[in-house]
Design a protein around this ligand. Structure first.
Ligand code: ADP
Ligand code: MG
Length: 348
């Protein structure tokens, strides 16, 4: 899994830019009426009957991903899902993407086919249309920029700024898995460097490794909330860690927050990995990042609608802005949250 040992290597020059684009984008069916013109013209033409919602991410090899343990198919999938996650965090539905690529000639066509297979899988899973992009060469590594385009009715859009004191703070899924998966992959990479014949046994870590390599954008949560008739008052996706996302909600909404340590949802495999790596699971959830779960606030009156739902955990409540943002520990101590976790961690 650590190196792509494929024998077939078709150089990119053999195809030329147009042949390459045509080849890579041939298996992308269009799903949406709002896509009037897709790939193949000077620009895509879209017709959204509602508000248009747009988000872009730029991923740089060596900064945002490491191809020594990230299979290209997973990279393609993840590059799409992290973008879609931003649209779902607005309570919007994603409809189109554009994909821009810079690659050095060390990548053969087969590598880009893998990348596009991952993009295609994400496009199918989340029902989105690939409507354009750009392709160019790079001197060294790979760069991928994806733009996600979606739509929502004006009254459904949820900003970071709408939380009120006493609103409940809710998170989907569980936290810390992606970060612990990264720890496992980094460790195996070091082992591989010392002994290239070693075959890592990742089976016990499959959940957390998958959380790192193949995160899922929570479209299902947006649909669930709609079905439950719950409109969050504020929402954000967890890319940088629970703590920093809570700080964003507090800042934009001008409120404080109390987060309860014992309510933070952790998968048993995350707890086990934290023990193995001698890490504090609360700190991992607070500052780990890349879980791509949704963090949102709801009015107290909506609590009965979400109560007991296995996909959702109430982890705290918002407070007056003067109260600040705090973690209430299992021992009932109140510790100020910081973007990196909590303040006692920084001091130590
Ligand atoms: P231009 O010269 O106008 O930039 P290109 O030759 O780069 O046009 O692109 C031709 C078509 O292919 C356009 O529709 C463009 O959006 C699409 N395209 C280019 N690169 C990619 C890519 N990496 N992925 C998807 N579509 C692409
Ligand atoms: Mg172009």
């Amino acid at each position: 899994m650590l190196e792509n040992k494929k024998q077939d290597r078709t150089s990119l020059e053999q195809l030329g830019e147009f042949g390459l684009i045509e080849h890579l984008t041939q298996h992308f069916p269009l799903h949406h009426e709002s896509t009037l013109t897709g790939i193949g013209d000077d620009a895509a033409v879209l017709y959204h009957k509602n508000r248009t919602v747009i988000s872009t991410d730029l991923l740089v090899e060596g900064v945002h991903f490491d191809l020594s343990y990230m299979p290209l198919k997973h990279l393609g999938y993840k590059a799409v899902t992290v973008n879609l996650s931003d649209l779902y965090a607005m309570n919007a539905m994603a409809t189109q993407i554009t994909v821009s690529l810079a690659v050095s000639n060390r990548f053969p066509l087969e590598a880009l086919e893998e990348l596009y297979a991952g993009i295609a899988q994400a496009a199918k899973t989340f029902k989105i249309d690939l409507v354009g992009g750009d392709t160019t060469s790079s001197k060294t590594g790979m760069l991928i920029s994806i733009t996600a385009i979606g739509e929502a009715q004006e009254q459904h859009i949820v900003h970071r700024s709408g939380a009120k004191p006493n609103d409940l703070l809710v998170v989907s899924g569980d936290l810390g898995g992606a970060y612990m998966g990264l720890q496992v992959l980094e460790r195996e990479k070091e082992v591989f460097k010392v002994n290239p014949n070693s075959q890592p046994d990742l089976e016990p870590y499959s959940y957390i490794v998958e959380r790192q390599l193949k995160p899922e954008a929570r479209k299902d949560i947006v649909e669930l909330l709609k079905a439950l008739e719950v409109k969050p008052t504020a929402m954000i996706d967890i890319s940088d860690g629970l703590s920093s996302e809570i700080m964003h909600l507090c800042k934009e909404s001008k409120v404080g927050c109390n987060l309860f340590e014992d309510k933070i949802p952790l998968d048993p495999t995350v707890i086990a990995a934290c023990e193995e790596f001698d890490m504090d699971s609360t700190l991992v959830a607070l500052s780990g990042g890349e879980d791509y779960e949704l963090l949102f606030t709801i009015d107290h009156a909506d609590f009965p609608k979400i109560k007991g739902n296995p996909n959702l955990s109430v982890i705290g409540h918002m407070a007056d802005s003067g109260e600040g943002a705090h973690l209430v520990t299992r021992g009932n101590a109140k510790i100020p949250l910081t973007a990196q976790g909590w303040s006692s961690f920084q001091a130590s």
